[in-house]
Each structure stands twice: as C-alpha cells, then as structure tokens.
Design a protein around this ligand. Structure first.
Ligand code: ADP
Ligand code: VHF
Length: 362
C-alpha cells in the first residue's frame, strides 16, 4: 500500500451535531493515524474543523458580516483543534506541527518549493504536519474552494501516492445519498468524463465545498498519478481498514492515471494565478486535447486578453470562454504579437508546461 499519504478529514467528521469537537471520534482517528505513522508511512494530515470547534465557545454577533464571523470562529477554533490533536498525539509520543497555508502560498514555484521543503524537514524529524487553511487571513477571491482542494494541492506537492478524503458519507453515490436506490460507486477511472451527473449540490452541516469539489479534486489528483479514496470518517477503523484491504471497504476509489512531471502538477492547480488569457481556435483545441503531446503554436491564437511576460501563467480558453487549460508562456505578449504571422515560430506554450483539464481531453 501507499508510502506517502495525504489524509483529509472534513468538518462534519470532527464536529458534534450541536457544534464543538467530537473528541471520541478524533481520538479514534488519531489512534489509526498514529499506527500508520509508526509503521513508517509519511503522512500529511489536512484537518478542517476550526470553525466548527469554536461554534459553542464564542458568541457571534448576528450583525457581524460573514467574513468577520469566519475569521473570528476560525482563529478561536484553530487553537482548540490543535490543542486537542497535540494532547491526543502526545499519548502516542508523536510530535505534531501546525502548518497554516493560503492559496497564495502556492502561487510562485519558488514559494511552493519552500513549503515542500518545510514538510520534508518535518518528515525527516518524525513530526506529523497538520495542515489547515489560514482562514483568519484568507478572505479574498484567492481562497481554496475548500480543504479538499488544499488536500489535493498538498498531495501533489509532496508527490504522495495516496490521498484519502474522509467525509460523512461512504463515498460517491450514483444518486443522492439519501435516495434508497443510490449506491456507492466503488471504482472511478481517472479520466471518467461526466461525473457531475451523479452529484447534487447538497452539503453536510459544516462542509464548505460539497461533493462536487471532492470529485474534481479526486479526478485531478488521480490524473496526476495519485490514488484517491473517498470514505466515511465516521466509520470505526476506516483508515487502517483501507490500508489493510481497501477492496473490502465500501468507499469510492479513483484509480491513478499515468501522472505528470512535478512542474505540470503545480501548473494544474494554478488557474487562480494566471496573468492573462489566450483564446484559441477549434483546430488548436483539437490538437491540445488529443492524446498526442502537442504544444500551443501562435497559429492557433485568436486573441489575447491581458498582458503577460515570459514565464507567466496564462489561461487557455475557447471561443465560448471556457477554460481548457493553463500554460506557462515561453515569451512575452510583445514578442507573441510580433511573431503572430509566423506559423512556425516556437510554441507559445511548450507541452511540458501545459495542463489541459481532464474533462476536455479526448
Ligand atoms: N452523489 C453524492 N454522493 C455522496 N455525497 C453527495 C453526493 N451528492 C451530494 N453529496 C453531499 O456531499 C456531502 C459531503 O461533502 P461536504 O459537505 O463538503 O463534506 P466535508 O465536510 O466532509 O468536506 C455529503 O454529506 C452529501 O450530502
Ligand atoms: N478551514 C475550515 C474548513 C473549510 C472546509 O473546507 O471544510 P470541509 O468542507 O468540511 O472540509 C475550518 O477549519 O473550519
């Protein structure tokens, strides 16, 4: 089974229905994580639950705006959450570290590699990193959609072979989970096309993104070579059972695809950092979305929106304004405009620095 694993635990697994933390559930999960850690697995724990942890302890003025409420609850609750983890892991002699991140921390490759280095240093010292979004300061458009996205980015950054997402459902159902006829889908291929047909917008009481973001993250991670398991964190022994014989456990497994080089994995999650957009024509779309490794040539460009320099990330969109992919510009917009008529000029985006979203691949 996997050696490097990112485990994400959703708020509803960790919270009581009336708010506050479910200590016995967290204790049960800590015991399993401790066993895996002692077996030599390299683990990253992405834990939600800060906001839920503070629900019972701070009186929130109803007139306070939503952003301030989240800042208040998360900053109070994060201390409670980490305090509980520290106490429980201490019983197993496992030191833990708090790693709070914002999406911006992933924006430049240099900063990204600094974060990676930090987790590696923790691993080398036998410390378990416990990661959450820094909700107290992360309030702009550049937030993670939710911690599912954050866990996908951590798994990719640390080149994990497994990502386990624990929620309050057994996996992805082929209908609404409350529907009697709906069943958990046991295996989904990384390149499965139309997953959204199964997913309703329903969320758990404390959840932020819902099942759709879990699916998107799972698929993106699987395409980048990581096996993803979505399972029920409220089920006793779920983690150790998954490691012992995952086929025997009711859950959803996204099987890993071939994977991409590390730089492509970083680009895959960097849509929010794109400096400009390039609209491309149908022929270029067909070429980029085919199974053949193809770079983007200037001949396929219809229009540029915004300025970019050499090395900037640019969104690649079709004429309907859908984002097909993201790429790193090999030269600036000035140079691109100068050579627009030269159909043989070197590619604007080289294939090695081009990520096409799985739903557009043919
Ligand atoms: N097809 C589906 N299969 C499973 N769950 C679904 C599906 N469609 C919607 N959901 C909802 O997604 C919820 C889990 O997502 P979310 O609330 O974000 O959990 P978490 O807090 O663990 O991140 C479930 O409680 C369920 O209500
Ligand atoms: N960072 C927030 C969790 C946000 C979030 O994504 O929650 P969830 O959808 O339950 O994983 C917190 O700690 O409360």
């Amino acid at each position: 089974m996997y050696e490097k694993v990112c485990i994400k635990i959703g708020s509803n697994v960790l919270a009581n229905s009336e708010g506050g933390l479910n200590k016995s559930r967290i204790n049960e999960l800590v015991m399993q994580i401790a066993r895996l850690h002692k077996a030599g697995k390299k683990l990253v724990l992405v834990s939600s639950g800060a906001v839920a942890a503070a629900r019972n302890s701070v009186a929130v003025d109803k007139k306070m705006d939503r952003v301030s409420q989240r800042q208040l609850l998360s900053s109070v609750g994060q201390v409670k959450l980490m305090n509980l983890y520290a106490q429980l892991f201490d019983l197993h002699d496992i030191p833990i570290a708090q790693v709070l991140v914002t999406k911006q921390d992933f924006s430049t490759r240099e900063h990204y590699l600094n974060m990676k280095n930090c987790v590696e240093a923790l691993w080398e010292s036998g410390v378990l990193p416990v990661v959450n979004e820094n909700d107290a300061v992360s309030v702009t458009a550049l937030m993670f959609t939710d911690n599912d996205e954050l866990s996908g980015m951590m798994a990719s950054m640390m080149q994990c072979d497994g990502l386990i997402i624990l929620s309050n459902v057994d996996g992805i159902y082929n209908g609404h989970p409350d529907d009697e006829d709906a069943n958990v889908i046991p295996v989904i291929q990384a390149d499965e096309k139309d997953l959204s047909k199964y997913i309703s917008a329903a969320k758990s009481d404390f959840g932020r993104g819902g099942m759709l973001t879990k699916c998107r993250v799972a698929q993106k991670s699987a395409m980048s070579g990581i096996h993803v398991h979505i399972a029920n964190g409220q089920q006793d022994g779920i983690l150790t059972d998954l490691f012992t014989d995952c086929k025997a456990i009711r859950h959803t497994h996204f099987t890993a695809g071939e994977g991409y080089p590390a730089v492509k994995q970083w680009i895959a999650y960097s849509e929010g950092f794109a400096k400009a957009e390039v609209c491309i024509n149908q022929g270029a779309i067909e070429a980029l979305c085919s199974s053949k490794a193809t770079s983007l040539l200037l001949a396929g460009v219809v229009e540029f929106y915004g300025d970019f320099e050499k090395g900037d990330l640019i969104k690649i969109v079709n004429e309907q304004k859908q984002t097909i992919g993201i790429g790193k510009a090999s030269y600036s917009i000035d140079k691109a405009n100068k050579h627009r008529q030269d159909s043989k000029y070197k590619p604007l985006v080289h294939y090695d620095y081009l990520y096409v979203f799985p739903e557009f691949l043919s």
